[in-house]
Design a protein around this ligand. Structure first.
Ligand SMILES: [Zn+2]
Length: 410
């Protein structure tokens, strides 16, 4: 089967990384579901040799993936702080006020829009997951339950709903039809409006070996060079970019209509394009080398786990993030290595990880069982988790992270 590039439509011939087969990363199972068949889908990522978009073909309709999504943004303290800081900096930089309209695509449970609402700035969320959108409505964040794209954008534009600030955090990678999505953003942006979007930066994925951030919900993996090309194609100019530490290294891009001359283009744009070119993001070679790097990482993770198990040590996990599922399934790590994992989200507790069927408990289970090693699966939150779980040192427990390589923290 030949797949087509979702941006430039050319045939995809080259594999970036092949992670075998895997169930959908967020399909946590209950006890009864353990008795049933579980669908696995190929997790083979391609790179387009024309536009260098790194991408995963769509196997499951995105409606099925996102309509009952288990991820509630408000459960992460550090993410809430990030949202609050973002709100303050946007108001300061662009001067939004009570006559502005903020629209957020994939607004989740209103974790971000609540801070604009507090400042009396009109907000509107667009969120496809019904259960998550319901949580936003309960705290009076107006939310449309829809997938964003050209069609809904046109409907909103007809109702004169245009954005002074159009936000999309961690959504661009999740969009099956990136052209339809960006075209829609152009439609609802006011003539002098600003778009900001955050997404994981491909350059960090490659440099830090973050293959576990690849799963079926993430259809695209963007370098700055490629994303700039996509926005430009739809008449949007990226006038600034920031590199953020979130999600293992993200970009925040700032875009406006290409006709908008009200803002200068920042030096950061040119700098980052040059840096990516120097790093090889415009050469196929860089992309083709990644698969071997991932295989090597798998071997060293298993070496480490085998050594601990042979010494009779107990290992548990902390967290049940989607990225943990990719890593555990690809490496073949089940309860033969990891007894259980824990998660703060009550939506995940008393469930099982897809594919590996490792049980998910309340974090107190770690205190009760006093394991020798706690593997932090959401390594991007390791500082927060090590602080919160500092008591494992009472019984000489160790924290472990596996990406970019195995690290043990005394
Ligand atoms: Zn392409």
């Amino acid at each position: 089967m030949i797949h087509q590039c979702r941006f430039c439509n050319k045939s995809l011939k080259y594999t970036f990384v092949d992670l075998g087969v895997s169930p959908l990363a967020n399909s946590y199972l209950n006890e009864e579901q353990l008795q049933h068949m579980e669908p696995f889908y190929p997790l083979r990522v391609y790179v387009c040799e024309h536009c260098y978009l790194v991408q995963l073909p769509v196997f499951q309709s995105s409606a099925e993936i996102f309509s009952d999504y288990a991820y509630f943004s408000s459960y992460s303290d550090s993410w809430l702080q990030h949202a609050k800081n973002y709100t303050d900096s946007m108001i300061e930089r662009f001067g939004f006020g009570s006559d502005s309209q903020v629209i957020e695509i994939a607004s989740n449970d209103g974790y971000l829009l609540q801070y604009f609402k507090e400042k009396k700035i009109p907000v509107l969320g667009i969120e496809p997951a019904e259960n998550v959108a319901q949580a936003a409505k309960e705290v009076e964040i107006p939310t449309i339950v829809k997938f964003f794209g050209f069609q809904i954008a046109t409907e909103l534009a007809t109702e004169k709903k245009h954005a002074d600030l159009l936000i999309g955090n961690n959504v661009l990678a999740h969009v099956p039809d990136v052209n339809d999505f960006v075209k829609g953003m152009k439609v609802i942006l006011k003539p002098q409006g600003v778009i900001t979007m955050e997404f994981p930066h491909l350059s960090r994925l490659v440099a830090e070996n973050q293959f576990d951030t690849i799963y079926h919900e993430h259809f695209s993996y963007f370098s700055f060079t490629t994303v700039k090309q996509i926005f430009g194609h739809h008449g949007l100019e990226i006038f600034d970019v920031e590199e953020l530490p979130t999600h293992g290294g993200s970009l925040r891009i700032y875009a406006h209509h290409e006709e908008d001359r009200s803002r200068m283009r920042s030096e950061h744009v040119k700098d980052l394009l040059e840096r990516e070119e120097a790093d090889g993001f415009q050469d196929l070679e860089l992309y083709l080398a990644f698969d071997e790097k991932v295989k090597k990482t798998k071997r060293s993770i298993l070496d480490f786990m085998n050594r601990l198990k042979n010494e009779g040590k107990s290992i548990v996990g902390y967290g049940a993030p989607a990225k943990g599922n990719t890593l555990l399934i690809y490496c073949g790590i089940r309860q033969d290595y990891i007894d259980f994992t824990v998660d703060l989200s009550p939506h995940k507790q008393d469930h099982f990880l897809p594919g590996t069927h490792i049980p998910i408990h309340h974090p107190d289970k770690i205190k009760e069982t006093r394991p020798d090693y706690v593997v932090i699966l959401p390594w991007n939150l390791k500082a927060e988790i090590m602080q919160q779980m500092a008591h494992i040192r009472e019984w000489n427990g160790h924290f472990v992270t596996l990406i970019p390589e195995v690290r043990v923290y005394p």
